[in-house]
Ligand binder design. Structure first.
Ligand SMILES: [Zn+2]
Length: 143
């Protein structure tokens, strides 16, 4: 597993700066069409859309999958679902397929964004959790 470093669009590390906020997850480098595997046990509690259709019509096809375990939500963005709501999941089970980010995030002044899926955790208190604190594979990837 490799975490997205700095590129022209930002860094994939937790807490990295964005235009108007902090990056609330980690970006795991992949290739377009890759299978995205769950990092945890849990139940698929939601399959959703990453962006508001009104604000970002060019991004409206981008999907996410949410897996819930013990009140924690594990969310995989830029993941076209192959799992369905209600599915019981164990680590390694496929949740979806990697969307092509370079077909979406286009800016002629910038080099292409590193292809990835975005992974974030919302803890039982409703706040974002640093994924490295809960997922050993991410902690190891950052060493
Ligand atoms: Zn991200």
């Amino acid at each position: 597993m490799k975490i997205r470093g700095q590129d022209d669009w930002g860094s994939g590390h937790y807490g990295a700066s964005r235009v108007d906020r902090r990056h609330n997850g980690v970006d795991v480098v992949n290739s377009v069409g890759d299978s995205i595997a769950s990092l945890t046990y849990g139940t698929v509690s939601k399959v959703g859309w990453c962006y508001s259709w009104k604000e970002h019509p060019d991004r409206k096809h981008l999907r996410y999958v949410q897996v819930t375990l013990d009140g924690n939500d594990f969310r995989y963005f830029y993941c076209k679902p192959t799992a369905a709501q209600g599915d019981k999941i164990k680590p390694g089970d496929e949740l979806g397929i990697a969307h092509d980010l370079n077909a979406v995030f286009v800016d002629e002044r910038k080099r292409p964004m590193t292809q990835h899926f975005h992974f974030e955790i919302i803890g039982t208190d409703g706040e974002f959790v640093n994924p490295a604190d809960m997922i050993p594979a991410i902690k190891e990837a950052l060493l």
